[in-house]
Structures are given as structure tokens and as C-alpha cells.
Design a binder for this molecule. Structure first.
Ligand code: COA
Length: 212
């Protein structure tokens, strides 16, 4: 997997805004109508993303309405395929076009959406697009030490821990470390977001098998 038509020095862009369809979620370009969701994020999501500041609905509407014109970032809404509801966003940002790298971030609006597989699937969908269609070489992110669920998702899809920024966030009077993780195109090409093979079927689940 990966774009083999690119040679060193070719510049890339994130100006295309795709729709990416999974089993649980659909990713589509963000729009102004999604802003109420972003304006009412749960305090848990604000903490886990280290968001000290919030913005007015008007500012967030303008923010979402203007993302389409940017070629150095890709902002996609995460939509629950079951309900059609906006549940969060997943973003590639700060494209370094000559080194074919960018940053990654994701959020679901609150605990009622956590732990249902949305984050893992949304991450794999946008990474597949980033590596296989755009031709990115490196995607990096930071995850705070108090967020083991996010770290688990990132490890599950193949991000590798590269280092720790000590005491990078000040939250509720405490200093929190931030872990730097990254995923490279050659790694993606070997596992497509599944670095650990799924467990083999147990004896009792094989056809006719009772473990005999
Ligand atoms: C991080 C986030 C995107 C993950 O998405 P999600 O849909 O909740 O995650 P999933 O259901 O796909 O997967 C969660 C995984 O973490 C595991 N997990 C949950 N709580 C955990 C914990 N405390 N420690 C370790 N693993 C944990 C789950 O078991 C699951 O792994 P598994 O599939 O191997 O069982 C989402 O929880 C979120 O938006 N959180 C708030 C904002 C945020 O943290 N953004 C990321 C900032 S870096």
C-alpha cells in the first residue's frame, strides 16, 4: 500500500476533502452545522485534549465553515452510521508538504461515545487515506499521560512511542507528561493499521471442534 508514483521532493496537499465510509462511522468534511457539537464538548473531552480555552458558537461556526479552503489540513466530521449523529472530529493538520508529514488529532464529544470502537475505526480510515491516497510518509501525535484509552487506540493502529515531553501540560494544578507517537508509511504498508494479528480462533470455535 502507498503511493508509488511519488518521488523524493514531490510536494503533496490536503486540499481534497473526501468522504470515507466505515462500518460504524462515516467521515465527511466538517460543516458549519456541526459547530454546536464542538461548542458543547463534555468536560472529560476538554481535559483529555488539554483544551484550556473554549470558543463561542459563532467562532466555531466560522471555523468549520472555512476548513474546506485549506490545503495544509483535513478536518473530517465523525458521524455515527447508526444514528447519523455528529460524534466528533478527526484532523490531519500542519502539513509539511516537502517532508510529507503532518500531525493527527481526534476527539469524540463525550463519554457516551467512548469505548464503542468509533475512535479506532475513524483513525484507521483517515490513516488509510493519508498514506494510500495522499502519499504522506509520517504522521505524528501527542497524547497526555492521563489518557491511556487514546494511547491504546494509537498503539492498536500502529503508532509507535518515540519520546516523552515532560510536564508539557498544566491541568488542575498538576504537571502532565505528553507522549510523542508516530506512524510511518513503510509500517502502514506492512500492516494497514493492524500491527498485531487478530487472535487465532479457539479450538472450541473451529467447525465441529470441541477441543478434542
Ligand atoms: C481517544 C478516543 C478517540 C478513542 O476512541 P474510542 O472510540 O473511545 O476508542 P475505541 O472504543 O475505538 O477503543 C478503545 C480501546 O481502549 C481500551 N481502553 C479503554 N479504557 C482504557 C484504559 N483506561 N486503559 C487502557 N486501555 C483502555 C479499550 O479496551 C479499547 O481497546 P481494545 O479494542 O483493545 O479493547 C475517544 O475516547 C476520545 O475522543 N476521547 C476524548 C478525547 C481524546 O482523548 N482525544 C485524544 C487526545 S490525544
Amino acid at each position: 500500500m502507498g503511493r508509488h508514483d511519488l518521488v523524493v521532493g514531490d510536494a503533496i496537499s490536503l486540499i481534497e476533502k473526501p468522504i470515507l465510509v466505515g462500518e460504524r462511522v462515516l467521515l465527511r468534511p466538517v460543516e458549519a452545522a456541526d459547530a454546536p457539537g464542538l461548542a458543547t464538548l463534555d468536560p472529560e473531552t476538554l481535559k483529555l485534549t488539554g483544551s484550556h480555552r473554549t470558543h463561542s458558537l459563532e467562532i466555531l461556526e466560522r471555523w468549520y465553515a472555512t476548513r474546506a479552503g485549506h490545503d495544509d489540513r483535513l478536518d473530517l466530521a465523525i458521524v455515527d452510521q447508526g444514528s447519523g449523529e455528529w460524534v466528533g472530529e478527526v484532523v490531519l493538520l500542519d502539513l509539511d508538504e516537502h517532508n510529507r508529514s503532518c500531525w493527527f488529532r481526534i476527539l469524540l464529544a463525550g463519554p457516551r461515545f467512548f469505548g464503542r470502537g468509533f475512535g479506532t475505526e475513524a483513525t484507521r480510515l483517515i490513516l488509510a487515506y493519508a498514506f494510500e491516497t495522499v502519499g504522506l510518509h509520517r504522521i505524528e501525535l501527542e497524547v497526555y499521560d492521563f489518557n491511556p484509552r487514546a494511547r491504546r487506540v494509537y498503539e492498536k493502529v500502529g503508532f509507535v512511542h518515540e519520546g516523552t515531553k515532560r510536564q508539557a501540560l498544566h491541568w488542575d494544578g498538576e504537571w502532565i507528561d505528553a507522549h510523542l507517537m508516530a506512524l510511518l508509511a513503510p509500517d502502514w504498508a506492512t500492516h494497514q493499521g493492524h500491527p498485531t494479528p487478530p487472535p487465532a480462533p479457539t479450538m472450541s470455535s473451529t467447525p465441529g471442534g470441541q477441543g478434542s
